[in-house]
Design a protein around this ligand. Structure first.
Ligand SMILES: [Fe+2]
Ligand SMILES: [Fe+2]
Length: 221
């Protein structure tokens, strides 16, 4: 859709949510290592845990980094709140790694994981940020956390921290929809929302593939 067409913001937001949901369902057939569901050894699980710890920390840094350049007071508060919350998630994952004698930070991220967060950090408009991260990213993360919690193949020591993380992430997919409906009221803003969702989905998809390569094929960068 071109940037000159203005649609009802509610409709745009519903479309974007449907796009993210469709991507989530497309993963069902072959869930990524990221979800923990297909993993069979603790070595694999610990590697994914380290990878997801990296995400929690980078997420906190991204939210914190947006503060100064977010003029909308409500979004600024949310970003600050999320930054703190993500560090809490990091702490939960660090505990599980340390309890198993694993250095939480002895992890080198694959290229797409670096690129994902650097890209999020570089987004300049509030609407594109909300679309790419809380909307596309957090909805997807929540979806895959629910898969992990429901899977008999995922051991309790992995489920435990994710029960708490999952509870906190529940609301993360909803507030961006509200905010986007309020702010995406020009054709330009709506184009940035579409682009933000595409960035969020595509870069995460690439990260999932590369994490699969690490876990299942021993690839390292
Ligand atoms: Fe988190
Ligand atoms: Fe989150």
């Amino acid at each position: 859709m071109s940037a000159t067409v203005l649609v009802d913001p509610r409709r745009l937001v519903a479309e974007m949510r449907a796009q993210v949901d469709a991507y989530c369902r497309s993963l069902d057939e072959r869930l990524p290592a990221y979800s923990y569901v297909p993993l069979t050894t603790d070595e694999q699980r610990l590697l994914v845990l380290q990878s997801r710890l990296y995400n929690e920390i980078r997420a906190a840094e991204v939210y914190g980094g947006w503060l100064r350049t977010t003029p909308e007071f409500e979004v600024k508060r949310l970003a600050a709140h999320n930054a703190e919350e993500e560090l809490g998630h990091a702490q939960l994952l660090m505990r599980q790694l340390e309890a198993r004698g694993v250095d939480p930070f002895a992890y080198t991220p694959p290229p797409a994981q670096v690129a994902l967060f650097n890209t999020l950090e570089g987004l300049e408009s509030t609407v594109e940020r909300l679309a790419a991260f809380p909307l596309a990213g957090e909805v997807l993360a929540s979806y895959l956390i629910r898969k992990a919690l429901a899977a008999p193949s995922v051991p309790e020591w992995i489920k435990e921290p994710y029960r708490r993380i999952g509870e906190e992430e529940q609301g993360h997919g909803d507030y961006p929809l509200e905010l986007l409906a309020r702010y995406a009221t020009t054709p330009e803003a709506q184009a940035r929302v579409r682009r933000g969702v595409a960035i969020g989905i595509r870069l995460r998809d690439q990260y999932f593939r590369e994490l699969d390569e690490m876990v299942f094929a021993g690839q390292r960068w």
